[in-house]
Every structure is written in C-alpha cells, then in structure tokens.
Write a protein that binds this ligand. Structure first.
Ligand code: 5AD
Length: 346
C-alpha cells in the first residue's frame, strides 16, 4: 500500500482500480505513512499556520428533506430561527475584532431569506470589511442567482456533493433532489469564478467502498479549492437516527489522501470530527487539514443549528474563544493566523 501512497504523492491522482485497492487494503500503518507525507506536504505549503473562518449559521430553516440532516423540513422538533441582516453584521463586527478575515454565511435552503436580501448583505459586509473574504453556503440555486452573489462580492462558495454516486445519493435524499443538479451547481460556481468547496459524508448509511472511490475520483477531477469532509453522525429526529456514526480513522485517512491529491487545497478540520472525538480536530490538522471554522453565530442560537446529535458549539469551537483554540493548537505546535487565507496555486 505504501507504493500507492508514494504514487499519489508523486502524481496527485490514482486510477479507479488503484483507489479501490487502497481503500480495501489499508491498515493503521498505511494511514500513518499517508499522515506523515500529508503533514510534510501541508507544512511545506502552509508552515504550521491554520486559517480560521468565522462561521455564521444564519438560518436553520430548510425546504429540503435530506434523510441525514437534523434541519430537514420534516423535523417538527427543530426550533427554527432566522437571523436578521443586522444580527449578521453584528456577528461580522465581533468576528473582525477577534481576527477573523473570512466570514462564512451558512444556512438551510430558506425561501424566506431572499436572494436580494442576501446580495445586499454581502455588499454591506464587503463595504464594512473590505479586507475580508465572504463565503456563502446556502445550497442549490439557479446559475443566475450564483452570478448575482458573485457580483455582490462573494468570494467563495461551499456546497458539498455529499456522495458522488447517483444511486447512493438517492438513498440519502428524497426524489426531488438530484445528484446531477448538485454537480451542475458546482460546475456553475467554478465557472463563475468562485473559490469552490465541496466534500462528502464519511460513513453515511449504505455507503460502500465504491462510493468513496467515486467521491475521490470526483474531487480528483473537479479540483475544488476547498474540501470539507466529516463523519456522518446520526441525529435523533431523522430517519437515520439508529444508523451508526462514520469512522473517525477512515475520515482522518481520507484527509491525508486528499492533501496528497490536492497539495494547495484548503481542508478544514470539521466540527463533526471534533464532535466524534475530543482532540479530533488537532488530529486532523496533523494529518493534513489546515483550516478551522469556529462558530460566530450568536450563542443563543447555536444549539438550534443541530445538524447531528451533540454538535460542538462551545469551548474551542466558539469564535469568541480564539485563545482557547490557540492554546489547543499550541499543544501540537500550530497557530491560527489573521489572514483571508485565499486559495493559492503553487
Ligand atoms: N452528520 C454529519 N454531517 C452532516 N451534515 C448534515 N447532516 C449531517 C450528519 N447527520 C453535513 C452535510 C452538509 C453540512 C453542512 O453538514 O454534509 O453539507
């Protein structure tokens, strides 16, 4: 298996057969070998710097009904909220003072938060903080709407493909959601000049090795600037409440592989990783991740943005405790930086 890791490091890609062999035959030693290489690649590009993004979860209202997600439309137990533009601007102001230079506006697909309001909000943020990047993560929209977001000044867009296999996609989503549309959104966003992030769930229900192979091949081909992956974690008020969580070790191994595939990519140590295991995010950084996205939403709302059970929202996860985050990163010899942290191709 080490030869395959060497090959991936040298040419940044593997064939479908090679990916399949690697994902069916890897063991702890393979993962450790990949981790060392990925860490070296990461440190060569980024040193021991970790980029931070202030995550503002501005609405948990969603018209979609994804089977895995706690914010799905049919979840009657979810206590819904929507921040006002002024609330969001206040979050940015607080975040700016804490050293955040990227604001990520993430929300459900909320028809009550209009595209026009979102555009005017983006313009205002860019005007108030011209040295900051704005990332949007508001799901699937027509190309023309993405274009208006870009014109308003949005720099980046996050939209995970969730699973690259069409049949598997249909097992995780209701019929009205289409894997083709989702991928088209990603190509539209890239074409419009956004820095684009995508990613997938690790260990989602019905996931087979061939699906992960498809995910890796998709990312290999699409070349996103940002890649976010995390373990599936069940949410009690969804149809997948009794399904087991995804594997942390597999997630960490995949992060190393993604780093070797795309040395320049921005790869977050995601909240789901930190939720599944204390110290998980530090582990992800040591295995190739270089971004963390602390929560900048008003504290009172955080518990309601419940994508999955026990989602972390305080401690080093909270933006206001950047010091706590720095202290944790210091234990592994890393530090956060006050920087937009744009994608740069070397
Ligand atoms: N477990 C882990 N991640 C989840 N997400 C949604 N539901 C879950 C869950 N149960 C992820 C999706 C989505 C992102 C915002 O949160 O991948 O793209």
């Amino acid at each position: 298996m080490k030869q395959l890791i060497d090959l991936l490091e040298a040419q940044h890609s593997l064939t479908k057969e090679e990916w399949h062999r690697l994902l069916t035959h890897w063991d702890e030693e393979t993962a450790e070998y990949a981790a060392q290489k990925a860490r070296a690649v990461s440190q060569k590009r980024f040193g021991k710097n970790v980029y931070i993004r202030g995550l503002i979860e501005f609405t948990n209202i969603c018209k979609n009904d994804c089977y895995y997600c706690g914010l799905r439309a049919s979840n009657q137990k979810c206590h819904r909220y929507r921040l006002t533009p002024d609330d969001i601007l206040e979050c940015c102001k607080i975040g700016y003072a804490l050293g955040f230079r990227t604001f990520v506006l993430q929300g459900g697909e909320d028809p009550g938060f209009s595209d026009e309001v979102l555009c005017s909000l983006v313009k205002t943020i860019k005007k108030q903080h011209p040295d900051c990047a704005v990332t949007l993560s508001v799901g699937e929209r027509p190309r023309a709407v993405y274009e208006s977001f870009k014109q308003a000044g949005a720099d980046r867009y996050l939209l995970r493909h969730e699973t690259a296999d069409d049949d598997h996609y249909q097992m995780l989503h209701p019929e009205n959601l289409s894997p083709t549309v989702r991928k088209q959104c990603l190509y539209d966003l890239k074409d419009l000049g956004f820095q684009v992030g995508t990613g997938f769930l690790v260990g989602s229900p019905f996931q087979k090795t061939e699906h992960l192979v498809a995910d890796l091949l998709f990312i290999q081909e699409f070349k996103p600037q940002m890649i976010g992956i995390g373990p599936f974690i069940p949410h009690e008020d969804t149809p997948f409440s009794n399904e087991p969580a995804g594997s942390l070790n597999l997630t960490l191994f995949l992060i190393s592989l993604l780093r070797l595939m795309h040395p320049d990519a921005l790869i977050p140590a995601t909240t789901a990783i930190g939720t599944l295991q204390e110290g998980g995010r530090e582990e992800a950084i040591l295995r190739g991740a270089n971004v963390v996205m602390p929560n900048l939403s008003p504290a009172d709302y955080r518990k309601d943005y419940s994508l999955y059970n026990n989602k972390l929202s305080d401690g080093a996860e909270a933006a206001e405790s950047r010091q706590a985050l720095d202290a944790r990163l210091k234990t592994i010899g890393y530090q956060t930086v006050t920087d937009r942290g744009d994608y740069q191709k070397r």
